[in-house]
Design a protein around this ligand. Structure first.
Ligand SMILES: [Zn+2]
Length: 438
């Protein structure tokens, strides 16, 4: 009895702490007039501990999340530069509590599934997804295997699925890789990979996608950060690397700045920053794991999609503004994916934007889809799924449970469109090579 009370008290305190760390934080809307203003405000993340939720660009407002301690410094810079700003929310705690309530209510009204699988009523935790991947490999051994890629910094097993009717033994098939949750707080990205698994393993409606492709799906690329975002800090982005500063006053490397591509050029060397790139390229177990999977399959890796949120964008290399040699092809396939999503998206969500990472979002370095493009994928993309804009008006990482299944469904429409084009290109190239040899 006392133990139960004690545990209940502890979990109550944990919930309080989880929200208290954001007490006094404000989410600002930033409107920049020109590229100079954009550079100034976006570059601030390298100097003071602000959290940029959306980079400002001329014609697109930015969102910056600022703590009470940093607020004055931030406002001084913004006001001195005559940059327009307004408050989106000064009571983030209310929004966090609303998300928690709505997710809990949605989890209770669990829809009955007619078959085996995870539901799309809620956002599943690491342990649930981890067990699910193993269960899939046991139930569908003729075409699904689960691989342990290695351990995260805190020792969590990072598992991925291989889906292949020929057990990855047929080298004339393209390999396509899909991953989510490299950034911990981007919860809405998990349903995108879980939905793809559902359509490729449990509820197969497009046989060609199962037969003609070898799939690699990694649903939780950063499990330590992801769990931390559930238990301690909802807006945690990085992994949980510690020991870099005495007393661990700042923790975590941004895994999506840690890949060996223009490493360190456009990211932060400050351990406390949200875009801290680590002590060297691939210093983190989470990124080294993705590197090794890619290198194992680079000879026939046709497409790679790293799913993030938010902003309704499909982005391709490179983060310094240069284009990959097949930039036109990347753009054409990207547009096909965006159009497929736009056809089925909720009307209030914006249309997807497609383009070069630096041109559409913001210049950045060391991120996964750029490295994979160079390491051998023909088509490598970063998806930014749409943001939540619910009752609270907060536009960001919080999840509206009503949107979970839609996020999975519409993203899958985009993936399908892209994958079909990629697969056709792959088989055409194989046929051309054979014709030359004949
Ligand atoms: Zn992200």
């Amino acid at each position: 009895m006392y133990n139960t009370v004690f545990v209940l008290c502890l979990s109550f305190l944990a919930v309080l702490a989880k929200y208290e760390i954001y007490e006094g934080h404000t989410l600002y809307n930033i409107v920049v007039k020109d590229v100079e203003q954009a550079k100034l405000v976006n570059g601030l993340e390298k100097q003071i501990p602000i959290d940029i939720w959306m980079y400002a660009m001329p014609g697109r407002p930015g969102q910056v999340f600022v703590s009470k301690e940093t607020e004055q410094k931030f406002l001084d810079v913004v006001e001195n530069a005559d940059i327009e700003y307004s408050i989106l929310t000064d009571n983030i705690r209310e929004s966090l509590e609303l998300e928690k309530e709505r997710l809990a209510a949605a989890a209770k009204r669990k829809s009955e599934r007619s078959s085996f699988g995870l539901d799309f009523d809620t956002i599943h935790r690491y342990e649930v997804v981890d067990a699910y991947l193993t269960e899939l490999s046991i139930r569908f051994p003729h075409f699904v295997t689960v691989e342990s890629a290695g351990n995260s910094f805190e020792g969590r097993d990072i598992k991925y699925l291989k889906i292949s009717t020929t057990h990855f033994q047929n080298n004339t098939k393209p390999v396509i890789m899909l991953q989510s949750l490299l950034h911990a707080r981007e919860w809405i990205t998990l349903p995108a990979t879980l939905y793809a698994i559902e359509k490729l393993v449990i509820d197969i409606t497009e046989r060609d996608l199962v037969d003609n492709i070898d799939w690699i799906i990694l649903p939780i690329a950063n499990p330590d950060g992801y769990e931390w975002s559930h238990t301690d800090a909802r807006f945690w982005r990085k992994n949980r690397r510690n020991g870099l500063l005495p007393g661990d006053s700042c923790v975590g490397v941004d895994p999506n700045r840690n890949f060996d591509v223009f490493w360190g050029n456009n990211s932060s060397d400050d351990v406390c920053s949200n875009t801290f790139h680590g002590t060297s390229a691939f210093s983190e177990p989470e990124t080294a794991i993705i590197r090794d999977i890619i290198l194992e399959h680079s000879d026939r890796l046709e497409m790679y999609m790293d799913i993030h949120s938010h902003g309704s964008m499909i982005l391709y290399g490179f983060g310094n503004g240069e284009l990959a040699p097949n930039g036109l092809e990347l753009h054409v396939v990207g547009v096909a994916m965006a159009q497929a999503i736009d056809q089925v998206k909720w009307v209030e969500k914006p249309n997807y934007r497609v383009g070069n990472f630096a041109a559409v979002l913001y210049p950045a370095s060391g991120f996964s889809s750029d490295w994979v493009q160079i390491a051998g994928a023909t088509l490598s993309y970063t998806y930014e799924l749409p943001s939540y804009r619910g009752q609270s008006g907060v536009n960001g990482f919080l999840v509206d449970p009503d949107f979970i299944v839609q996020a999975g469904y519409e993203t899958w429409e985009g993936i399908k469109a892209g994958v079909r084009q990629a697969t056709n290109k792959f088989y055409n190239r194989v046929a051309e090579k054979e014709a030359i040899l004949r």
